[in-house]
Design a protein around this ligand. Structure first.
Ligand code: SOE
Length: 385
């Protein structure tokens, strides 16, 4: 097909840093891998607080325009999809106003800084007629999608345990500056919202609804140098680490942990699921692989953990990329998720259950708030949405 009569769709980007870069790259790459695409994304306008930086980002990423006023993005008539990649304190208002302007919205995780803020977004979504998704990109790792397929097809049988750890170590240097992720006002929480939101989402996506949690949180380094004046220090107002226990409605129990002080762990999003028939383990640092153990292994001599290279044509999404065995990267999870969203918008399909809905984002925040409340009160907290 020539592609000349393909629909085009305007993208308005909020933010140009880490996630703004990952999402801009993903929007541009969709037609390269998913052809014909539901529509060809046009990078119309990008917002950033600092003019010289957002001007450079517009040139670098390929946006037609740039602005230092996010309301210009959510009101731009050429923009049909607003992609909110701003820090957490700027998830609520731009997302709500974009929905009120009739724009379809992707918003990075966590949905908000609290369940209360997330509920305001959910209420605005319910009043709107738009499509909206929370960018939990690890749902779109082929190996994670294979894990879900195996669980849903009964490969593990009854699930006993879900054990997840999201471990990083970028804060072990006490001289690392007091960036926005370390400030409650801008981030809402530390690794609980930043990393815990991912493993709580995976818990719900793979296992089901949690029933009860307990939590413990710790801040190891209370003060850090200010980014603009390292001779001065400011208080860290979020946790550096959390651990939690979780009980699911289906009877499974497990543990959740996230920290930025796991020396040697770089982006170690790891889960292990144990069932009556076998187990599954995933490690984001080896994202093309899935480890499986099948208790009913027919050939007893080879009973043991097997490492599957999830790069075959029949594996989720792989057919859009490369032939057998040519692995994909972390950035491809964003291409997959934004393709999924674009397909839902253009062809009027549901975001869930594959993509995370605004309801999923709200429930995620309720669970995170419950872990924080348990850590404060020293009690187990029932999950109530
Ligand atoms: C934190 O460093 C972070 O960038 C998270 O914000 C992302 O969601 C995660 O995918 C990688 O680590």
């Amino acid at each position: 097909m020539s592609g000349v009569n393909l629909r085009r769709i305007g993208i308005g980007m909020l933010g140009y840093a880490f996630m703004g870069k990952a999402h801009s790259h993903a929007w541009k790459d969709i037609p390269i891998f998913f052809w014909p695409p539901p529509a060809i994304p046009d990078l119309v306008v990008i917002y950033g607080r600092t003019e010289n930086k957002v001007k450079e980002a517009a040139l670098r990423y390929g946006y037609k325009r740039f602005t230092t006023n996010w309301r210009e993005v959510v009101k731009d008539p050429e923009v049909e999809i607003v992609d909110n990649c701003l820090p957490n304190h700027l998830h609520k208002n731009p997302t709500i106003e974009a929905m009120e302007e009739g724009k379809h919205v992707v918003v990075e995780k966590p949905l908000a800084r609290s369940a209360e803020e997330a509920k305001e977004i959910l209420d605005a979504y319910r009043r709107s007629k738009v499509k909206a998704m929370v960018a939990f990109n690890y749902r779109f790792v082929p190996a994670v999608m294979l894990a879900k397929k195996l669980i849903d097809e009964g490969f593990l049988g009854r699930i006993y345990h879900f054990r997840a750890r999201y471990l990083q170590d970028w804060l072990i240097d006490p001289n690392f500056p007091l960036v926005w992720r370390l400030q409650r006002e801008s981030a809402g929480s530390g690794p609980l919202g930043d990393l815990g939101s991912h493993i709580v989402d995976l818990a719900r996506y793979l296992i089901g609804e949690p029933k009860k949690v307990t939590g413990m949180m710790k801040t190891f380094i209370e003060e850090r140098p200010l980014p603009r004046d390292p001779s001065k220090k400011g208080r860290v107002t979020v946790e550096d680490s959390f651990v939690a226990t979780i009980e699911f409605e289906n009877g499974a129990i497990g543990t959740l942990e996230a920290t930025r002080f796991a020396t040697g762990r770089k982006n170690y999003n790891n889960f292990e699921i144990n069932g009556e028939k076998g187990s599954i383990e995933f490690n984001l640092e080896r994202l093309n692989e899935l480890k499986v153990y099948w208790h009913e292994e027919p050939i007893k001599d080879i009973e043991g953990w097997h490492t599957i290279l999830v790069t075959e044509e029949h594996h989720p999404y792989i057919r859009y990329y490369w032939p057998s065995g040519h692995i994909i990267g972390w950035e491809h999870t964003f291409i997959n998720e934004l393709y999924h969203f674009l397909d839902a918008v253009v062809n009027d399909k549901d975001i869930g259950p594959q993509g995370a809905t605004i309801e999923d984002g709200y429930r995620n925040m309720v669970i995170l708030d419950a872990i924080a409340e348990s850590a404060k009160r020293g009690l187990a907290i029932e999950i109530r949405y």
